[in-house]
Design a protein around this ligand. Structure first.
Ligand code: MFK
Ligand code: FAD
Length: 494
């Protein structure tokens, strides 16, 4: 037997992505598109040629926790691969976070940034996770940070120099609960002009970050507050932080996720005391959009590999792409991916407008409701699509050194962290009931349908307009639900 299957391969991830190109062309003014396209083309090549091998190396060599040095001194080092560190540097060089804040493309800067993140993520071994939290932290500092935080942390979070580029953690989850953070037991004791934190943080990803945003209860207060923490002092030693262990996870193998004990860790209050959840919502509304963008990034990568393979793999005398049933499966995946893509990038456009003060009331209301919906929907579709992608390779899809299983493993986490599907369904209802976001959301869809002029799409337009009536009824009913009903109906409504 001298048959060897030709493996799947992918080319320039920008040039081969007509959906991304069409979204950018549709939203961006021609001069901005012309300005950023060469950069995206170059990056589309870099993710395949330079980043992909680094990502595979990082995935294959998970971080290691070294609690003690050879002489018994507690050091709590986390050793990462050079490949992982290089992915950090590339993120900085490419300005994956900075692009959103330099705002060179004005209100389109978030769209520009999300296009880069979408290309970066599938070849990053989930380095996109630290970047998400970094971006969220930058936004929090921009809105609520002290002048010192703006001068030091904010500048570092947005640095394009790998030597000064910082990432941030987001420590919310404790053993008592991740969805319900009100169970947080970390206490903040006031010491002079700052606080010291005492408690255990149960999931902290990107533990090699230089800083973190976290929640704690100030002694004597009922509600949570939000705090800024620098992990290490000027000598590079952890500031009263013990790393208990690294989690052994289903996926996200390259990403260090630790359990920490805070033993008097210095911290600075951010925003108003007692308003911690509200303040950190600014951060997690950004990370939830990153989550959606990374989910569509994975969908695209999986489908691209699968489609290429279908043109190389033969069964029953012809290429599998030529089997109608296989083609139909691929087409179904592609349509679902495109729907997710359009939703995600619409949210990115709205975020850019909102941050530049250019969003209308309708756009702001839409964004508030779209964030939980797009996060939960793309995450769920991401898991389903990745699973189908694995199956499209037959047995090869199940074999580790093809690099394919990691897509499914990593996609699964997107539905868990940053709010599970049910918790986000409840957040969508919070936006409808408390913030009256539904009328804006419906108007936004109606207005966008109004822009559909193509004769062949008129049938679809009529159908969707009719469906809007039904969706409106759902929203009206949702707004009337009692707390009791909310708990049972939120998921199906979302
Ligand atoms: C590669 C992909 C990139 C992603 C990387 C991710 C890395 C992983 C990091 C993590 O997983 S970090 C942990 C993430 N954890 C969560 O997302 C927690 C999920 N749970 C929720 O979202 C709960 O709904 C919540 C914690 C918010 C419930 O807490 P509470 O204290 O019961 O909230 P409450 O009382 O309803 O709201 C408090 C305030 O926050 C209210 O405002 P007011 O004070 O004015 O009344 C709410 O309106 C406001 N709020 C809550 N959710 C909001 C919000 N405001 C805006 N947007 C929201 N989404
Ligand atoms: P629980 O809150 O106990 O939820 C268990 C189940 O109950 C879920 O299915 C949930 O949907 C359901 N549920 C809970 N409340 C309700 C409700 N009101 N109605 C209906 N159903 C409900 N956290 C951080 O803070 N920082 C990090 O860096 C971080 N990194 C992570 C990395 C990885 C790889 C993973 C897997 C998790 C990470 N997390 C992190 C934790 C993550 O955010 C939480 O696991 C998540 O928010 C869920 O919280 P929990 O684990 O306590 O589950």
């Amino acid at each position: 037997m001298d048959f060897y299957q030709v493996p799947p391969s992918i080319g320039n991830q920008y040039s081969e992505d007509h959906i991304l190109q069409s979204i950018l062309k549709r939203h961006l003014p021609a001069n901005i598109f012309a300005e950023i396209e060469p950069e995206l083309k170059k990056f589309g090549e870099r993710v395949v040629k330079e980043m992909e091998p680094l990502a595979q190396e990082a995935e294959a060599n998970p971080p290691i926790h070294v609690p003690y040095d050879p002489w018994g001194k507690r050091v709590d080092e986390i050793k990462t691969t050079k490949a992982w560190d290089r992915l950090h540097e590339i993120a900085s060089e490419e300005g994956i976070v900075a692009t959103g804040y330099e705002r060179k493309s004005g209100e389109y800067s978030r769209l520009h940034q999300f296009a880069k993140l979408y290309l970066y993520h599938p070849s990053s071994a989930i380095y996109s996770c630290p970047l998400a939290m970094t971006d969220g932290a930058a936004r929090v500092i921009e809105l609520f940070g002290s002048p010192e935080m703006k001068k030091k942390a904010y500048a570092n979070l947005l640095s394009r120099d790998p030597k000064t580029f910082w990432t941030s953690g987001q420590w919310m989850t404790e053993r008592t609960g991740g969805s319900d953070v009100s169970g947080t037991s970390t206490v903040a004791k006031k010491v002079g002009d700052h606080y010291e934190l005492h408690g255990v943080k149960w999931f902290t990803s990107a533990t090699t970050s230089q800083m973190a945003m976290t929640l704690a209860r100030i002694e004597g207060e009922e509600k949570l507050s939000m705090f800024y923490v620098e992990l290490r002092n000027a000598k590079g030693e952890l500031q009263n932080i013990r790393i208990n262990r690294l989690k052994d996870k289903l996926g996200t193998k390259a990403l260090p996720t630790a359990e920490l004990t805070l033993e008097g860790t210095p911290a600075v209050l951010v925003g108003e005391s007692g308003k911690g959840v509200k303040t950190i919502a600014t951060l997690f509304n950004i990370t939830r959009l990153y989550n959606a963008c990374c989910s569509v990034g994975y969908m695209h990568r999986g489908i691209a590999l699968s489609l290429d393979y279908a043109k190389k793999r033969k069964a029953f005398g012809k290429f599998i792409i030529d089997h109608g049933l296989h083609l139909e499966t691929m087409a179904d995946l592609h349509v679902r991916f495109e729907a997710c893509m359009q939703m995600t990038f619409h949210a990115a456009v709205l975020l850019g407008k909102e941050e530049m003060g250019k969003a209308t009331e309708i756009e702001s209301g839409t964004l508030r409701l779209l964030i939980p919906l797009v996060k939960l929907f793309t995450a769920k579709e991401g898991v389903a699509i990745s699973s189908e992608v694995i199956e499209s390779f037959g047995g090869a899809g199940y074999v580790e050194d093809t690099g394919l299983p990691q897509i499914l493993r990593n996609a699964q986490v997107l539905a868990i962290w940053e709010g599970t599907t049910n918790v986000l369904s409840l957040d969508a209802l919070r936006a409808i009931k408390k913030e009256n976001a539904a009328p804006a959301f419906l108007k936004d869809i109606e207005m966008r349908l109004g822009q559909v002029k193509h004769p062949e799409l008129q049938g679809m337009k009529e159908k969707t307009l009719k469906a809007l009536g039904d969706i409106q009824k759902v929203f009206v009913n949702a707004a009337k639900l009692t707390e009791e009903d909310l708990n049972t109906k939120a998921r199906s409504l979302a």
